[in-house]
Design a protein around this ligand. Sequence first.
Ligand code: GDP
Ligand code: IMO
Ligand code: MG
Length: 427
Amino acid sequence: MSVVAVIGAQWGDEGKGKIVDLLSEKADAVIRFSGGDNAGHTVINPKGEFKLHIVPSGIFYPRAACIIGNGVVINPRVLLEEMDSLIARGVDIGNLHISDRAHLIMPWHILLDGLEEEKRGEGAIGTTKKGIGPAFADKTARCGIRACDILESQTFKTRLAGVLASKNELLTKMHNAAPLDFAAVFNEYMGYARRLAPHIKDTTSMISDLLNRGGNIVLEGAQGTMLDTDFGSYPFVTSSSPLAAGASIGSGISPRRIDRVVGIFKAYTTRVGGGPMPTELKDEVGEYIRQRAHEYGATTGRARRCGWFDAVVGRYSTELNGFTSGILTRLDVLDEMEAVKICVGYTIGGKTVDRFPADVTALENCVPFYVEMPGWKVSTSDARTAKELPANARKYIKRLEELIGCPFHIISIGPRRDQSIVIKNVI
Ligand code: GDP
Ligand code: IMO
Ligand code: MG
């Protein structure tokens, strides 16, 4: 039995979907534990290519219970669309379960996300506008609506009435926007409830039973460590915790029962949205990576900002999460480079810094410094063992391991499930 948390180690989009799909073969349950449909997890396997936003990436193995954990905020409309599209493509979703404690994204959350971003002007976070921040804010402010609240119409009516009045005040008085209609929202969500009810349950007890039976559990992270509300590049972060600690809270599994924490690292860095990114390349190299790797968001289609691997971020992420294994993805993207660079520190105001600073202004003004290594100029995509990788690629991997303080146990050299070099089993 093992409980494995799969964590984005950078700013998201590291390839968590591919890796969770790969690991799910041995899983009895796969649990999404944070975020919402701001996530976009790409899975390419014999069933086709899928972009999953809420449904766990273990869904292609009917044996595995796929659980949307209590730590996720759910837009029921998006979830139902995703479920329908999976069914239409022949994927069995009978084993999909939704925590009755998960909060729901309501229409005002989406409106407020957009309105608040507009108000931020130049300082916009660049959110996905999916209502994520406002939904998590309401959860913490204790005025959220949970999956269990829509199962019974009278409970939902009372809960909605209590919340909608103040949300309409906010919309009309603060933002000069139109109010939402009570009956329209009520009927819309009762419609969702009818379809989702069979999936909504007490997943905490399901998970507890599984743990007691000694099952293998994969905890699927969303976003990445640098988007964490506490430790990321605040305020340019998301509103839940993508960290290993978040896996515990967002699923109801005690930290003592998580055996392994796996950090997914892209072989370079990307970021979507606003906020500092010390190694961003605004030149032809950055553009080359974007085009070669097709670095465009799986959720919003926005161009991802690209840059060299940042080992300051890598080390910080390893410390925060306690990675027992690293997984390096997209190594093949660098195959044609003459030389590759790794950021090993920053200069801020003339001082050398090798820790990730809290202050966003310091981060915006930091100048990264690099070590440069020769490229390998050979395709890595067909390698299936570490030995088959070119020597310079192996040197690059080794240097990264030393800098971040964590060994890579899987190297991913293509988007497909089989394009993976497993050095050591992580589940
Ligand atoms: P996630 O949000 O962490 O699941 O990552 P995304 O799916 O948003 O973005 C990762 C992208 O990289 C997807 O298009 C994947 O198909 C792709 N991908 C994953 N691993 C590899 C790899 O090793 N090589 C290449 N070339 N693409 C990969
Ligand atoms: P996956 O799971 C990359 C970013 C947004 C924005 C910030 C806040 O696919 O790795 P939000 O809508 O969460 O309030 O936006 O976080 N962001 C992501 N970036 N991958 C993601 O998820 C992301 N989810 C949110 O672009 O900068
Ligand atoms: Mg993604």
